[in-house]
Design a protein around this ligand. Structure first.
Ligand code: ATP
Length: 459
């Protein structure tokens, strides 16, 4: 039994994709192991019996999304692991050769890494320290030395090109099976190599129909609101489309229903996409740069749309449920929250917030700002204090002087203080999210369920 971990094979300009490299390694391992199996079988009396075809040595391919805040990432900070029933030395040789021939090493920012664990891939066989490393790779920042020290301690052979950074992701991909609890699937279809870099030919109508058919077992296939085919990438790499969901049979069936240019090959990946694995519990006081959090707070400034259509507001720390909707937010620790133009209609949800609303806000802290991925409305401000109107003439009263209430000078009527009036709100309690076109790979779509309040899913 062996786990092969790989990472950092692609370049933004030149294409390639680590999922493709992993699929090719798996193919070669399958062929090599089966050839070995057949030569062993050919010396046995039942060599011609078709039931002797060796079983598939590949148990699964993992597509692990690591901390999306990592600056070195090319796009989605993906690392890959192959769980294979074969000799670790053979796996190492096959993986190294494939990696060396496919990785875009001409790009100096591409730093491929390979780590091989020569032990069982069952969860319990993965050492504590390797699982812990994977957890940190998803939610925190690591150094190359952290990876090399861990590989050395566990006797994991490894190989790298460039600066060797890819070994961080490669080792994390090995530990992820034990570190993470929640898994989804992605069924990826690849293009014929001659077409790489050209426009993809995918029939939109069949794609929208297939997405509808598979929803909600598959999600983030399309964005109905923006009329966008989210599962079809725009990059020059080998992927034609990737169908994400909770059910591998449905994902495969959705892919089969899409009319397109020829599919050269396809592969199912087990993945932590759509699971919120990157989020940690935190507080506004202690949230740190480059990490992603769930934070409790109260809206402390009216949402403001700035140049470019980006929307900002301040969130103030508010711990207790019975915290009153007060105006003293300015005295508490604050964090700026932002939702950018590409989040499209989500910005209207954010603009509908008012000072005093109590929220759980989720996102990554970057340059001192929480980039919102989703939020839960816990408590909405339903009334506002306004200057009273005169019951006789219905005009707004005037202040009668400091601490003396209000008065209508024409009618002589008085009111002791401001009055409360109800406000119309366009939000309800519960979770709101960015639309599929703006979803981060690792962020959990509301339609997947398991949230602690009603959900308002985007599709
Ligand atoms: P690819 O498709 O090639 O995997 P990508 O967007 O996933 O593209 P990479 O090219 O893999 O990005 O670059 C990410 C780099 O950052 C890798 O070298 C990986 O080992 C490293 N890395 C991943 N997570 C962390 C982390 N938490 N701390 C430090 N480095 C990390």
């Amino acid at each position: 039994m062996t786990i092969v971990g790989i990472d950092d094979t692609d370049s933004r300009e030149r294409g390639m994709c680590t999922t493709y490299v992993a699929m090719r390694i798996a193919e070669r391992l399958r062929r090599t192991c089966r050839l070995d199996g057949q030569s062993a079988a050919s010396s046995s009396p039942a060599a011609n019996d078709s039931s002797d075809v060796p079983p598939d040595p590949i148990a699964r391919l993992l597509l692990v999304r690591l901390n999306p805040a990592v600056e070195y990432k090319t796009r989605g900070n993906a690392a890959l692991a192959i769980h294979v029933d074969c000799d670790p030395d053979l796996a190492f040789d096959v993986a190294r050769e494939t990696l060396a021939s496919l990785a875009e090493t001409a790009d100096e920012r591409t730093n491929p890494g390979l780590v091989v664990a020569g032990h069982d891939f069952h969860r319990a066989a993965i050492p504590d320290a390797v699982a812990e490393f994977a957890g940190r790779a998803v939610r925190d920042h690591l150094e190359i030395e952290d990876a090399t020290a861990c590989c050395e301690r566990h006797g994991y052979p490894n190989w790298h090109a460039g600066n060797g950074r890819g070994r961080i992701g490669a080792l994390a991909a090995i530990g992820a099976w034990r570190a993470l609890e929640e898994w989804t699937v992605e069924y990826i279809s690849y293009r014929e190599p001659v077409r790489w870099g050209t426009d993809r030919r995918v029939d939109r109508e069949s794609l929208f129909t297939a997405a509808e058919w598979g929803y909600p077992d598959v999600w983030d296939t399309v964005d109905r609101g923006e009329d966008e085919t989210v599962c079809v990438p725009h990059t020059p790499g080998p992927i034609l489309h990737g169908i994400r969901g909770d059910d591998s049979t449905v994902a495969r069936a959705v892919a089969d229903r899409i009319e397109s240019e020829p599919v050269a090959s396809s592969q199912l990946f087990v993945t932590n996409q759509g699971t919120d694995a990157h989020l940690r519990e935190g507080t506004i006081e202690t949230a740190r740069e480059g990490r992603a959090y769930r934070l409790e707070g109260r809206v402390a400034s009216e949402p403001e749309t700035r140049r470019g259509g980006h929307v900002f507001f301040e969130l103030a720390a508010a711990a207790a449920d019975d915290d009153p909707p007060i105006d003293d937010g300015a005295k508490r620790p604050h964090l700026e929250c932002a939702t950018f133009e590409p989040t499209k209609r989500f910005r209207d949800r954010v603009r509908a917030l008012r000072v005093g609303d109590r929220l759980t806000a989720c996102g990554e802290v970057s340059a001192g700002t929480l980039k919102l991925e989703k939020f839960a409305v816990r408590d909405l401000v339903r009334t506002e204090r306004v200057t009273p109107t005169c019951p006789d003439c219905e005009r707004t009263m005037k202040s009668a002087g400091r601490d003396q209430g209000y008065r209508c000078r024409d009618c002589g009527t008085n009111a002791p203080s401001k009055e409360s009036v109800p406000i119309e709100r366009d939000l309800e309690g519960g979770w709101y999210e960015v639309p599929p076109c703006a979803r981060r790979h690792v962020a959990k779509p509301l339609v997947r369920g398991g949230f602690d309040a009603p959900v308002h899913p985007e599709r």
